[in-house]
Design a protein around this ligand. Structure first.
Ligand code: AMP
Ligand code: ZN
Length: 113
């Protein structure tokens, strides 16, 4: 198994965990682009948003519920934040295990580059 996020799930690669349950893991991004920057991933290896289907789609709503809880804990729920999923080459995806970035605590620009 060569996927770095699967290795983070298994504990083989350390991470700064924010939240964990049987289905998802949230941890701080190693190279933050904002004062708050964490990632939420399914524990199951789903390569990208391209692989979401009727069978596995419930993970997406669960991830958003977890994000809702974490942004409140980190106190960025009122100032706002951005949830980002990069998919594939043109989307800028560099780790082929689907993940949602959550960025906050600064004035994020739009559109992204
Ligand atoms: P993406 O470019 O959307 O695929 O995002 C991958 C993200 O994973 C980048 O923001 C990286 O900084 C982050 N990342 C890569 N390796 C690690 C790691 N070992 N721990 C935490 N974040 C990581
Ligand atoms: Zn994986």
């Amino acid at each position: 198994m060569s996927c770095i996020f699967c290795k983070i799930v298994s504990g083989e690669i350390p991470s700064k965990k924010l939240y964990e349950d049987d289905k998802v893991l949230a941890f701080y991004d190693i190279s933050p682009e904002a004062p708050v920057h964490f990632l939420v991933i399914p524990k199951e290896h789903i390569k990208s948003a391209n692989e979401i289907n009727e069978e596995n789609a419930s993970i997406i709503s669960h991830i958003f519920v977890v994000i809702n809880k974490l942004v409140k804990e980190l106190n960025i729920n009122e100032t706002g934040y951005r949830i980002v999923n990069n998919c594939g080459k043109d989307g800028g995806q560099t780790v082929d295990h689907m993940h949602f970035h959550v960025l906050g605590q600064r004035d994020l620009k739009w559109p992204p580059g």
